[in-house]
Design a protein around this ligand. Structure first.
Ligand SMILES: *[C@@H]1O[C@H](CO)[C@@H](O)[C@H](O)[C@H]1NC(C)=O
Ligand SMILES: *[C@@H]1O[C@H](CO)[C@@H](O)[C@H](O)[C@H]1NC(C)=O
Ligand SMILES: *[C@@H]1O[C@H](CO)[C@@H](O)[C@H](O)[C@H]1NC(C)=O
Ligand SMILES: *[C@@H]1O[C@H](CO)[C@@H](O)[C@H](O)[C@H]1NC(C)=O
Ligand SMILES: *[C@@H]1O[C@H](CO)[C@@H](O)[C@H](O)[C@H]1NC(C)=O
Ligand SMILES: *[C@@H]1O[C@H](CO)[C@@H](O)[C@H](O)[C@H]1NC(C)=O
Ligand SMILES: *[C@@H]1O[C@H](CO)[C@@H](O)[C@H](O)[C@H]1NC(C)=O
Ligand SMILES: *[C@@H]1O[C@H](CO)[C@@H](O)[C@H](O)[C@H]1NC(C)=O
Length: 475
């Protein structure tokens, strides 16, 4: 038993056996346990704080400490060196606080440090030498955890329209019809939060979210006899397919905008590692499950495992390791000698602390040449304001002048203006629901009259605009 575990551990930590040198790492991380989205503002809980802190400690043992299993070459061990590490998160309390908690585990306090001033007096650092690491903002994902409607955090009109198309797909309408009994059964469990008529597959994720939070935190749940493990499993997998449908569609992939922006950020950071000969070493971004699901679809990870159709658990992370085979040479290797390995750790659902490698882009190799990786990623990456504005169909406001800055960073992409707290969330949920109400109204009419199932694209666009107008008025 022990022996098997050792072999598995060895397979997961190639650095400790085969000789490899890691030069750069990019980590994309989900937040820890939080309060439900349906009652904004959502907050990181103490459980969630411990989850991300523990993951920070784990990645410290993998990449940072002197005896780390895959020590990033030249990365400072105890005292953080700001130029080596870049941390980002969208403007969102749960995600920002998760990033902070993670960093506390990654670079813990260095102990009492005393500074002697010119006049001889001594000053000790607060909090036992707690290390301050700035977290920069990324525009994609603003307010993610306070929004029930997945695309509200993307700020991209064409992505919203594309996601709304999901609600007329056969896949969706079939599930809506076939799951009515299940959701009816769940009404007494969630009727404190949802009106009975809203407890259907159309709200699959927010319903699951309320139940999942209650399963973790509430000592008593009304009618919890309904929640046997088969029902819970169904509620979760239905929420998974609902969110995956909104996040990715192979033939209409603009809805995967969060994943496209993330792809650009990953390539940009690691390209910089290569260009700077290893000066920027550790990129860390906190973000929402929408970016994970979109990215899983875009990079064809669903071919590596059908588990990628599921929403990653709290405190999940995906990792990109840039390494070369063999011991570190005195010169930084040429781009041709660098490899990328992708790994995924399913957060609080994972049985081991180590992330598992998976083959990207529908291939079989657990690592691929850096050049091939960046080429494949560039096929769907959206990193400049110009690309973003064109893809999203925006031409006014910030998008009218995108040519001027000329810089290619998604951080220079137009920022999504934050709407205030509760109205943002309600706007989002209403947005999704009104679309549905409109679509379903139209849909049943069409079915009555002509026996057709699908609504024309034109009407969908109108529905999308209608929602947008509704939200504008609420601001
Ligand atoms: C989150 O915390 C704020 C106070 O910081 C509180 O007003 C709010 O109700 C909390 N949200 C939930 C869902 O508990
Ligand atoms: C020494 O300088 C610091 C900072 O200017 C000041 O706060 C402190 O009171 C000074 N101590 C003495 C003994 O003058
Ligand atoms: C994916 O997009 C195609 C083309 O727009 C559409 O026919 C199909 O129903 C979509 N599937 C989902 C699940 O949205
Ligand atoms: C929820 O449903 C239960 C069982 O039908 C009922 O007793 C309760 O009053 C309902 N609560 C609300 C807030 O509607
Ligand atoms: C869980 O507890 C919270 C706070 O007491 C309550 O608002 C919520 O309705 C409960 N949810 C369920 C499903 O019991
Ligand atoms: C992660 O765990 C969730 C919950 O158990 C599951 O639905 C999902 O498929 C898992 N994802 C992967 C990639 O293992
Ligand atoms: C994903 O990979 C599988 C297996 O290689 C392949 O059959 C499929 O066409 C790929 N899908 C996309 C969208 O590239
Ligand atoms: C993009 O266009 C949509 C719809 O017109 C608008 O709501 C949104 O604010 C625009 N975003 C930017 C950054 O211009």
């Amino acid at each position: 038993m022990m022996y098997t575990n050792l072999i598995i551990a060895a397979a997961l930590l190639p650095g400790s056996f085969a000789q490899e040198t890691v030069y750069g790492v990019y980590i994309f991380h989900r937040h820890g346990d939080r309060t439900p989205k349906s009652t904004p503002p959502a907050n990181l809980t103490d459980l969630g704080y411990s989850q991300v802190y523990t993951r920070g400690e784990y990645y410290r043992s993998r990449y940072v400490t002197g005896d780390a299993s895959l020590k990033v070459k030249g990365l400072n061990t105890d005292l953080v060196k700001q130029s080596q590490i870049a941390v980002t998160a969208p403007k969102d309390t749960v995600l920002q606080n998760s990033a902070l908690g993670f960093l506390q585990g990654l670079y813990p306090p260095v102990g009492r440090r005393v500074e002697t001033l010119r006049n001889g007096s001594q000053v000790a650092a607060p909090f036992n030498g707690y290390q301050l690491i700035p977290i920069n903002l990324v525009s994609s994902g603003t307010g993610s955890e306070d929004n029930g409607w997945l695309q509200d955090a993307s700020g991209c009109e064409n992505a919203k329209i594309s996601s709304n198309n999901y609600f007329t797909s056969k896949e969706y309408t079939d599930k809506l019809a076939s799951t009515r009994d299940l959701y009816d059964k769940l009404v007494p469990v969630v009727n404190g939060t949802f009106a009975a008529k809203d407890v259907t597959f159309k709200n699959a994720y927010t319903i699951y979210d309320v139940i999942n939070v209650a399963e973790i935190h509430n000592a008593t749940i009304p009618s919890d006899s309904v929640l046997d493990s088969a029902t819970l499993h169904q509620a979760r997998t239905l929420a998974d397919s609902h969110e995956y449908g909104l996040a990715y569609n192979a033939t209409d992939n603009i809805r995967a905008m969060p994943g496209m922006q993330l792809a650009a950020e990953i390539v940009k950071f690691l390209s910089n590692t290569v260009a700077s000969k290893g000066a920027s070493k550790l990129g860390i971004q906190f973000g929402a499950y929408a970016s994970f699901l979109s990215f899983f679809g875009l990079s064809n990870l669903t071919a590596a495992s059908p588990d990628f159709y599921g929403v990653p658990d709290y405190a999940s992370s995906m990792v990109f390791e840039l390494f070369s085979n063999g011991a570190a040479a005195s010169e930084f290797p040429s781009a041709d000698d660098l490899q990328i390995r992708f790994l995924f750790h399913n957060g609080s659902a994972a049985s081991s602390a180590d992330p598992t490698p998976f083959a990207l882009f529908g291939g079989n190799d657990m690592s691929i040449p850096w050049n091939r990786f960046s080429e494949k990623m560039e096929k769907f990456a959206i990193g400049t304001a110009e690309q973003w504005c064109n893809a999203c169909g925006n031409s006014t406001g910030t998008c009218a002048g995108y040519g001027e800055s000329g810089t290619s960073s998604s951080q220079s992409a137009p920022s999504h203006h934050n709407r205030h707290g509760i109205s943002a969330a309600v706007g989002g949920v209403i947005g999704a629901m009104v679309t549905l109400a409109v679509l379903l109204g139209l849909g049943s009419l069409v079915i009555l009259v002509g026996g057709m199932r699908l609504v024309s694209k034109k009407r969908l666009v109108d529905a999308g605009e209608y929602c947008q107008g509704l939200k504008e008025r609420e601001r």
